[in-house]
Design a protein around this ligand. Structure first.
Ligand code: 5RP
Length: 226
């Protein structure tokens, strides 16, 4: 495990302090969330009683392999706490998420949560959002149209590709446009502009959602609040 991955694991470990018996826990996606799910699984195996709602098929598969009981929104509409990673964390806990392609379910799970906690290594902290390409999930047939409308907003959009070749397809069967927006100085205005484009399903700006962020470097953990 390299130093950055170790920092991710430390943040995930700290997040366990927010989990109590009886809770419904939102399970994030990505490598930091995977650390959390593994650690949570170990606690379940020693008697912790929780139920999880995963934010991606990958996280669901991992949770099931660890015997974490899984439920969905047919059984509850309220999650006690969700633990998830982020691609960028700016002041006020404005986030870019979706680097792993799971932003839609992640946002649904976060929005149903009493408490949304971000876990990350310190490389994710930024002064303002926008260096990381903003993922935007779109209906496949609308992708060229949405890209053209984004271009009119001076945003360059590229359809995400799989490493093995071909378009990346989300859990919901959509495409992801990775968007170079430049520095995002007004995330709320940008979110409104993108959301107004027909064919956009969801974008990776998570604003006013996170209650705290657990951010770890190799030897120090900080708790950030909005
Ligand atoms: C997936 C996400 C992840 O939380 C984000 O990409 C961070 O990933 P990692 O923990 O691997 O750095 O939003 O859609």
């Amino acid at each position: 495990m390299d130093a950055r991955d170790h920092a991710k694991e430390l943040a995930a470990q700290r997040a366990l302090e927010f989990i109590n018996d009886g809770m419904i826990v939102g399970l994030g996606s990505g490598s930091t969330a995977r650390h959390f799910i593994r650690l949570l699984g170990a606690r379940v195996q020693t008697g912790l009683k929780i139920r999880g709602i995963p934010s991606s098929k990958n996280s669901e598969t991992l949770a099931k392999s660890l015997a974490i009981p899984i439920i969905d929104f047919h059984q509850t509409s309220l999650i006690d706490v969700t633990i998830d990673g982020a691609d960028e964390i700016a002041p006020g806990l404005a986030l870019i998420k979706g680097g792993g392609g799971a932003l839609l379910r992640e946002k649904i799970v976060a929005s149903a949560s009493k408490k949304f906690i971000v876990v990350a290594d310190s490389s994710k902290i930024v002064e303002h959002l926008g260096k990381f390409p903003l993922p935007v999930e779109v209906i496949p047939m609308a992708a060229p149209l949405v890209a053209a409308k984004l271009s009119a907003l001076k945003i360059r959009a590229q359809v995400r590709q799989q490493s093995s070749g071909g378009d990346y397809i989300t859990d919901e069967g959509n495409l992801i446009l990775d968007c170079d927006c430049g520095p995002i100085l007004d995330p709320r205005a940008l979110a409104a502009e993108i959301r107004a484009i027909v064919g956009v399903v969801e974008h990776g700006l998570f604003l006013s959602m996170a209650e705290l962020a657990i951010v770890s470097s190799e030897n120090e953990i900080s708790i950030l609040r909005p």
